[in-house]
Design a protein around this ligand. Structure first.
Ligand code: AMP
Length: 210
């Protein structure tokens, strides 16, 4: 496949600057395929493993409006480690977009502290389904301005017993939103989630080179 440079992807100039500073030169295959789909606002199923650069395929803060101090995007993923790591990478992408706040939210962390951080105009949360759902129930996470939801490592979330939580969260999000799903494998229950909660998704598949 031909190589694609980030400045060919019509990204916000501030994001290109951050990506360049991070040392990324060309888009990885999943990024080259997924970023245009994501920017178009289409729903997507990305079959990709870690190490393919999928975080940058869904984590670019392109559509977050820094002036709007409301939750605009939710990333769900299976573990606390991943939440911390992905939130960190998204902050780096948003380095030159001042006023974008990304917060990792996971079980086991002091909930009072989380609630305090959430009040501070967080636009993006990156978290594990159980804890995100807990906050939705407490109304410390309000989803009425959410435009984008990402299910990262959906098959792993299934393995960890988060199927019901994923469904509960998805069913409460605004109807008019974009749903991006990444999964290395496509078990029946995950295909079913896509069928129930996505609209006409584009499938993007990348095989990892060893
Ligand atoms: P991920 O699959 O998102 O966990 O990314 C794997 C690693 O590759 C991370 O350390 C990223 O920072 C890095 N990475 C992602 N995309 C690129 C790229 N286009 N060029 C160079 N490194 C990248």
């Amino acid at each position: 496949m031909e190589t694609v440079k980030f400045d060919e992807l019509q990204l916000d100039e501030r994001i290109i600057r951050a990506i360049t500073e991070m040392g990324f030169e060309e888009a990885s295959p999943i990024q080259a395929q997924a970023i245009p789909v994501a920017m178009e606002g289409r729903d997507m199923i990305g079959q990709a493993q870690t190490g393919t650069g999928k975080t940058a395929a869904f984590g670019l803060p392109q559509k977050v409006d820094p002036k709007v101090k409301k939750l605009q995007a939710i990333v769900l993923l299976p573990t606390r480690e991943l939440a911390i790591q992905v939130a960190e990478e998204m902050r780096r992408f948003a380095k030159f977009m001042h006023g974008v706040k990304v917060l990792p939210i996971y079980g086991g962390q002091d909930i009072v502290k989380q609630i305090r951080s959430l009040k501070d105009g967080t636009q993006v949360i990156v978290g594990t389904p159980g804890r995100v759902m807990d906050h939705m129930r407490r109304k410390t996470v309000k989803v009425d301005h959410v435009l984008t939801v990402v299910l990262d490592e959906a098959d792993e979330m299934l393995n960890m017993g988060f199927l019901e939580d994923m469904e509960t969260i998805l069913s409460q999000l605004p109807e008019e939103r974009q749903t991006l799903m990444f999964s290395a494998t496509m078990p029946q229950a995950i295909a079913e989630i896509a069928r129930k909660f996505q609209k006409d998704p584009v499938t993007v598949r990348v095989i990892k080179k060893e």
